[in-house]
Structure formats: structure tokens, C-alpha cells
Write a new protein. Structure first.
Length: 237
């Protein structure tokens, strides 16, 4: 980036005279360069640059050079990314950088009654079918959407007993996974099933399924991510 172009990019934040002084360039030289750039845009702008500005505005400044190149090709303008980048810099067009979206799988503000953490101060089980843990995680899909996975794991054997995947996170997601776990491993009486505080794990269908199999519900404490660490680590590996 030239010194004049840097001044142009920063003049909204700092005085032009101060920028010129720091970069050791004459103020008159900068304004002469700026006038030349504006005249070049007005007089010599090819048709594809006009189309570029229009496409950039239509897509609300979210398109970078790759997507702009595709959009211009659809209008029969075959322009390389280097020329696109140069034209955007010359015209002061900067694509917005969207924040990366990460699905949120935990919402403990549902207002439903949570179970206490029955694992606190308890030794880690050495026999299988005594404590299961569960969690929900998200899976990125090739088309840009997300899927959600719920799984149940035996703490002692570390075996995943049941799981289910859906496009959303209703109570059905965890109930179906739990039912599959019960089919794979009939629970021993008093089995402890531990999860985080999500509203899906407080629903009537989930609690009824546990009751029908003589299993006991346990949930993490509010704001303590370590209470369900084994399930969370297992699902994210």
C-alpha cells in the first residue's frame, strides 16, 4: 500500500496534515494524487467497474473478490481477482467481515426445575451401568447448516450407548438418544444419568423415560462447565 493510499484509508480517524507529516509527504502532493484518482474513476471507468460497484452495493458490502468475480462472470465480465482487488482499493470498497457463527447448545434460562448434581463428592464409578453422562454438540454440514448430536456415555466403560442427530434441538433429540441407550444397555436400578442444565433435560418426556427405567436424573451446577466435563470432551473429540 502506498503512503498516499494509507492516508486516504486513515483520514476518517486522523487529520490529513498530521498523517502527511508522520509519513513525510507534502499535503499538496496527497491532494493532487487524490484528485487524479477521482478523475480516473470518473473518466476512465470501464463497464465492469461500474458493474462491480453495483454488485458490491446490492450484496450489502458482504462480497469479497471471490464472490464478486463469480457475480461479474454471470454478467459476462471475466475479470481476475488481482484487477478486482485493485479496483476495490482504488474506489475504497472494503468487504465487511462477518463474525463467525457458533451454535449455542446450552440455555439454562428456561425456567424449568433442574435436578441437583448427584455426582458431587462421589467417587468415580469403577463398574459399568452405574453412571451415564450426556451432552449435545453441533456438527457443521457441507451446505453451511448445522446438525445437533446428543449422546449418552457410560462413565466407567467410556462406551457410547446411544446417540441421535437432528437438525434442531428439541426434547425429542435427547429422548430418542436415551431410548436407544436403554435398548443397547438395559439400565441397572438406580442408574444415575447426568447432564448439563439445558431445558431439554428438564422436560416431562425425558423425566418420565428415566422414571420408567428406575433411573435417577442429575444435572450440573449453574455456571460450572467442569460438572459434565467427560461428556463434553467425549463429544467434541
Amino acid at each position: 500500500m502506498s503512503r498516499y493510499r494509507f492516508i486516504e484509508a486513515q483520514q476518517a480517524s486522523y487529520p490529513v496534515r498530521q498523517l502527511c507529516q508522520v509519513l513525510s509527504v507534502p499535503v499538496s502532493g496527497y491532494y493532487a494524487w487524490q484528485q487524479t484518482q477521482q478523475q480516473a474513476i470518473k473518466q476512465g471507468a470501464p463497464a465492469w467497474e461500474t458493474a462491480l460497484v453495483k454488485v458490491f452495493g446490492v450484496h450489502k458490502r458482504r462480497y469479497g473478490t471471490r464472490r464478486l468475480q463469480v457475480a461479474l462472470r454471470q454478467k459476462r465480465y471475466h475479470i481476475g481477482r488481482y484487477r478486482l482487488r485493485a479496483a476495490m482499493q482504488r474506489r475504497g470498497l472494503h468487504a465487511l467481515q462477518p463474525k463467525a457463527f457458533t451454535p449455542r447448545t446450552t440455555d439454562s434460562t428456561h425456567g424449568l426445575r433442574c435436578a441437583p448434581n448427584r455426582l458431587l463428592n462421589q467417587p468415580k464409578p469403577t463398574q459399568a451401568n452405574r453412571v451415564w453422562v450426556s451432552d449435545i454438540t453441533y456438527l457443521p454440514l457441507a451446505n453451511g447448516d448445522w446438525a445437533y448430536l446428543c449422546a449418552y456415555q457410560d462413565v466407567a466403560s467410556k462406551r457410547v450407548l446411544g446417540w441421535h442427530v437432528m437438525a434442531t434441538m428439541p426434547e425429542e433429540l435427547i429422548v430418542t438418544a436415551l431410548q436407544r441407550a436403554f435398548w443397547a444397555q438395559p439400565p441397572a436400578p438406580g442408574l444415575l444419568v447426568h447432564s448439563y442444565r439445558g431445558g431439554q433435560y428438564c422436560g416431562n418426556a425425558y423425566r418420565q423415560l428415566l422414571h420408567d427405567h428406575e433411573a435417577v436424573r442429575s444435572q450440573s451446577r449453574r455456571g460450572d462447565c467442569y460438572d459434565n466435563a467427560q461428556a463434553e470432551n467425549r463429544l467434541k473429540v
